[in-house]
Design a protein around this ligand. Structure first.
Ligand SMILES: Nc1ncnc2c1ncn2[C@@H]1O[C@H](COP(=O)(O)OP(=O)(O)OP(=O)(O)O)[C@@H](O)[C@H]1O
Ligand SMILES: CC(=O)N[C@H]1[C@@H]2OC[C@@H](O2)[C@@H](O)[C@@H]1O[C@H](C)C(=O)O
Length: 371
């Protein structure tokens, strides 16, 4: 038995998620979540990261200072997690650090994806071995570098006879189709489009507080069908996989450019929730096998009751469950994925699924930084 820590901070920029995961060196045994925490980011750190994701020009001084502050925050999250369990750094085989995505540009003339991270500093501060830079090898091999979680979903949730769809409702939503283990069908996974990213941004603009708790504000509005149709005109939604997206494509200005200006704010929120639910449903429909499909939901959006209800309305034939029911808390699946990907790296096992990302083949992902 070995212990790994996974660190993830996603597109919502709400905090650093740290997951302590037990992994047995046997590919037939499923990893187990021992504990996890989210260390919220200070308003200052969140503002600096947001500026980096949005600014067209950034100074190296600003980049370096933010990288260090981000890394210190990651180290504090690890320290708190280990302290809870009275664990020394030497008890951890490795930390898997995702870093903070600053820009993801798989469609650029020269594709790139950039995760702010300082694994050397993290190793120094924590005394743990660190695995980092998971995405770029896949992109170097011609892939989208995202989503990476589908291979972890397969390890955790695949079933001998049932088709399982895993939905992450993060800032961006991504969907994985796991065919029954006996099937020859491939695993499919891609980003379906925006989720909490736009809901949070619109809420912050018009209401107090960062999130639309349980989606109650969205539930109070009415769906604006003509706005919804304009939002769906974005070619990303109809594009075939492999595909991935992020803040660069879906942001407040993208939404505002499609508003007439006379919409009630609550109706826009209702329409954004509908955009997420309907885009996921459109993506999922092709994969649904009658009476034999589970939709397992993770990510912060699984707490958005209104969004979950809209999903259920769109997908009446599917059993929809939070992933907690399958033995893994919905809040910690992505952090767990990077603990598990670190374990793969240490054992020189491949970490991408070429059929998902479009890479030219399976690759060992990430670099190792000694403690
Ligand atoms: N109780 C709640 N009600 C409504 N929404 C919630 C609730 N709790 C969390 N959320 C939403 O979940 C978001 C955080 O989700 P999560 O941590 O999965 O995103 P992320 O990991 O940053 O994103 P990504 O997966 O795209 O990288 C919050 O910003 C909020 O929009
Ligand atoms: C470039 C990047 O950071 N992408 C994230 C983001 O957040 C959700 C979605 O977009 C997904 O594609 C990915 O994260 C998860 C962990 C993944 O790679 O599976």
């Amino acid at each position: 038995m070995t212990l790994f820590v996974g660190l993830m901070s996603g597109t919502s920029l709400d905090g650093i998620d740290a997951a302590l995961v037990e992994i047995v060196d046997d590919v037939t045994r499923r990893p187990r979540l021992i504990d996890a925490l989210c260390l919220p980011m200070s308003a200052e750190l969140k503002a600096a990261l947001l500026e980096l994701t949005q600014a067209s020009q950034v100074s190296f001084a600003m980049l370096g200072a933010t990288e260090s502050a981000f890394c210190d925050h990651q180290a504090e999250a690890v320290r708190q997690l280990l302290q809870r369990h009275d664990l020394e750094p030497s008890a951890i085989t490795a930390i898997g650090s995702h870093g903070q995505t600053i820009e993801h540009a798989p469609y650029a003339e020269t594709p790139f994806t950039y995760q702010l991270d300082n694994p050397s500093r993290l190793a120094e501060l924590t005394g743990c071995q660190v695995v980092a830079d998971f995405r770029r090898r896949d992109m170097a091999a011609g892939g989208q570098a995202a989503p990476l979680a589908p291979i972890f979903h397969q390890a955790l949730f695949s079933d001998p006879v049932r088709t399982r769809l895993i939905l992450n409702l993060g800032g961006i939503a991504n969907l994985t189709r796991l065919p029954p283990e006996t099937s020859l069908l491939p695993v499919i996974g891609f980003d379906t489009g925006p989720a909490n990213l736009l809901l949070d941004a619109w809420h912050a603009r018009h209401r107090h507080g960062p999130i639309d708790e349980a989606g109650s504000w969205a539930a109070s509005g009415s769906i604006d069908q003509s706005l919804l149709a304009r939002l769906f005109e974005e070619p990303y939604f109809a594009a075939p996989p492999p595909k991935s997206t992020g803040r660069e494509q879906f942001h407040l200005a993208w939404l505002e450019a499609r508003l007439c200006g006379n919409e009630a704010a609550a109706d826009v929120q209702a329409t954004l929730a509908e955009l997420t639910a309907a885009s996921v449903a459109r993506a999922a429909r092709d994969f649904i096998v009658a009476d034999n499909t589970d939709l397992i939901v993770c990510g912060g959006g699984a707490r958005n009751r209104h969004l979950m209800e809209r999903l259920a309305t769109h997908l009446p034939a599917v059993s929809i469950t939070r992933c907690d029911a399958f033995g893994w808390s919905a809040d910690w699946l992505e952090a767990g994925a990077f603990a598990w990907l670190a374990w793969r790296r240490i054992h020189r096992l491949t970490g991408n699924l070429p059929e998902v990302t479009g890479a030219s083949g399976p690759r060992v992902l990430g670099g190792i930084y000694a403690p």
